[in-house]
Design a protein around this ligand. Structure first.
Ligand SMILES: [Zn+2]
Length: 79
């Protein structure tokens, strides 16, 4: 299998969100992966974005469950 073509930091960062969302084609995904392995700066950036996304997901879940709890309490309160 051919090695993925090396990409620049600019290209890597432009696709970092798609990469983290796993929306890239196999070869494009591997190209970013390869770049992150050799580029400390982009790796840190990717890690930062990944953690940020995780935090956002957790926050959204917490908000939803709090909202749900309030709604359930309201429904129960009506009886
Ligand atoms: Zn880079």
């Amino acid at each position: 299998m051919a090695k993925p073509t090396p990409i620049t930091c600019e290209e890597a960062l432009r696709q970092i969100y798609a990469y983290l969302d796993r929306e890239l084609e196999g070869h494009a995904h591997r190209a970013i992966e390869q770049h992150l392995r050799v580029c400390r700066a982009c790796f840190s950036r990717a890690e930062f974005e990944r953690r940020l996304k995780e935090r956002l997901r957790e926050t959204r879940r917490a908000t939803v469950s709090a909202d749900l709890r309030a709604r359930i309490r309201k429904v129960i309160g009506n009886y």
